[in-house]
Design a protein around this ligand. Sequence first.
Ligand SMILES: [Zn+2]
Length: 187
Amino acid sequence: MPSSFTHAFVGGAIGKMYSEQISTRRIILVSIFLSVMPDFDVVGDWLGAAPESMFAHRGITHSLLFAAIVSAIVPRLVARRVEWFSPLWWRLYSCFIISISSHAILDMFNYGNLGVALFAPFDDTRYFFPIRLIVDAPRVEYFIQWRTLYALVWEVSIVWVPLALYTWRKEIMSWMTGVFVRTDFAS
Ligand SMILES: [Zn+2]
């Protein structure tokens, strides 16, 4: 699996992209939480679900239906004033559904034993993308290993850096402008 840090980072960046319109730190925190949430299904593994079952890892909680239902409920939990199907509700809904789905998309780019049950509960086929860009980060029990470090560095280079450059492009541009202006005056 990609590391939880990468899922969380992607969720945070998605929340940040939306936070200009909704203007609250809560959106970012909720997006981070939602982008990690599908992996709570490891509980199913601990309880003895068969690996290919929908209740095992990468099963129902990684499906599009799960993403659609959770994203519909969460806006009302985040702020009571959000009316169902109001423009703000739709904005939050789209932010949250992208955050949760980002999890399954990252997993599908990953070398794991089993793919993602994207269309559960209607279809229990496990899906992968044809290209697997993300190496498998070992689970928590093997946390401190060179392989983990290698997986993390790789995830940071192919996911975090490009996404951060895009998400914080305004901040980066204004910082760079500041640096160059200062250099101009100094010379
Ligand atoms: Zn996952």
